[in-house]
Design a protein around this ligand. Sequence first.
Ligand code: GLA
Length: 371
Amino acid sequence: MNDPETFFGGAPEAHASAPGRVNLLGEHTDYNDGYMLPVATPQRTEVALAHSHDDQHHLYSGTLDGNVTFAAKGGSAPQGFGSYIEGCIRLVEATGVTVPPLRVFVTTTLPVGSGLSSSAALEVAMLRALRNLLGFTLDNVTLARIAQRAEIEYARVNCGIMDQMASSLCDERNMLFIDARTLEHHLVPMPPGTELIVVDSGVPRTLAASKYNERRAECEEASRKLGVRALRDVTDPAAVDTLPEPLRRRARHVVLEDLRVLEAAQGVSAERFGELMNASHDSLRDDYEVSIPELDQLVAALRAAPGVLGARLTGAGFGGACVALCRAGGQEKFAARQAAETALSTYNKAGRQGRILIPVPTQGKENNEPV
Ligand code: GLA
């Protein structure tokens, strides 16, 4: 295992970090031009940079204990975490910035594969670090767009814009309302007197990519049949009733999920927010069909835990994590942790490997400004 001192032969010249995201409402709405409400995770990915003295980019992941090297000018494309970094470098170059050969050191406290967008955090941290090192101008929305392109064009994951917008613009104390069509965004305070719980189901998201693409295609077909640009343009839920199955149920999820986000973004009580989260999960399970029995069981265990107001799967589904909104007790984080432990003791009885991701013992920074 390398340490940064050894890797750089001294101190790095620039560094930056970025968080993952937990989506509280608005699932599978971003690629339908809709709305969502994520928050930042306390866990972050950190990228440190320095010039390299040859013509190669040298990457090291402290978490994966892996080295990746690729030519600064052309050459073969790196795999794994290197593909995200390469994407960020090449896309920044495409804006006219000259990127010198670099040494790149990556560490993260984000769990990989739990659906908290560790990849978006890596892209955003890398782009921020490049901005800090090279001093070019790049606003946070454009940065999110470049990060999304790195993921689609270099890591070959067909994602929407939510994760990168969240990583670039969210903080931990507020939700970020995002309109995926216009990229208009603003902070919305968390429901008063609440804490978040995020629990990893321990189930890897094996089907996620293929089913994700299938759902996207179904939504596009539903839009075509309804004669709209995207499902976000359907504001009357009854309009989807003319669609054949399963398109009717897919479209119903998206249309009602958008309405849930719009209601929550107005500022609702903690109880109502919990109800909206419950309705969101039920819709993802029954209409959108991206849940699995383990996620349903974990959600049921969370809903039954003391102080929990609502719970749902978060992210694309087919494994990964669930999020719950919990009433904060006198000793805030303690109440949430206790509720999470109660839920996990039920869920893990069946030999499952669930684990608490949030609350973490020490919370991270409050604001998400580049460092
Ligand atoms: C993944 C994608 C996002 C979004 C969610 C589902 O996290 O990366 O763009 O589509 O799934 O809401």
